[in-house]
Design a protein around this ligand. Structure first.
Ligand code: ADX
Length: 209
């Protein structure tokens, strides 16, 4: 099938509500906070705390989480390189819709491949801020935490292609922020992200917290 929408008789319909109108209604622009890191690095925990903190400041935030999306939208995908790429492509597209709706979309996916993250950045970045947060927790710490006992299973050979063991994780080279959940309490990590968002004008400084 051709990728060109015109050859598939598709026409883009622009809505009448502008991005500016949505931003005015919500009091902030849309943005994507893209969390990336190993399984067990703390992405989900950080994303939920951020969602809560952003809401408390009057910003409309919504989390897209790897484990959750794989229950529904991405239930047909596994953990091969091609499936992970498709996973991240879909997440990028959903995040783009959320940003278009004016939300601050927080994504929590391993997203191990640089090229896939770059593609999401290109898709979002032309329209709204794309803020990459590297949740940089060492493999040993993730493996020690092992909240879902997946590292144990992977070491026992029960799970193949496990990120960090027999599948790659390509570290971000130029993330907007690095967060180290093993060195700082959760509240400190949340405050770091919020401060960085303020510094870039994504969040207004001094909003109620
Ligand atoms: S991604 O690589 O495609 O970005 P995603 O974030 O959606 O991954 O899902 C990762 C979650 O799937 C992990 O936190 C873990 O719970 C589960 N999982 C199951 N199998 C694997 C695997 N082989 N590698 C990594 N995570 C896995």
């Amino acid at each position: 099938m051709s990728d060109d929408p015109r050859s598939r008789n598709l026409t883009w319909h622009a809505g009448r509500v502008t991005r500016e109108a949505r931003a005015q209604r919500l009091g902030h622009q849309g943005a994507v906070l893209w969390l990336t890191g190993l399984s067990g690095s703390g992405k989900s925990t950080l994303s939920r705390a951020l969602e809560e903190a952003l809401l408390a400041r009057g910003a409309l935030a919504y989390v897209l989480d790897g484990d959750n999306l794989r229950h529904g939208l991405n239930r047909d995908l596994g953990f091969s390189e091609a499936d992970r790429t498709e996973n991240i492509r879909r997440v990028g597209e959903v995040a783009r819709l959320m940003v278009d709706a004016g939300l601050i979309c927080v994504t929590a996916f391993i997203s191990p491949y640089r090229a896939d993250r770059a593609q999401a950045r290109a898709l979002i970045g032309s329209e709204a801020p794309f803020f990459e947060v590297y949740v940089k927790t060492p493999l040993e710490v993730c493996e020690q935490r092992d909240p879902k006992q997946l590292y144990r299973k992977a070491r026992a050979g029960e799970i193949k292609n496990f990120t960090g063991l027999d599948a790659p994780y390509e570290e971000p080279e130029n993330p907007e922020l690095v967060v180290e959940t093993h060195l700082h309490p959760l509240e400190t990590c949340v405050a770091q992200v919020l401060a960085a968002l303020e510094a870039r004008g994504i969040l207004r400084a001094g909003s109620p917290s």
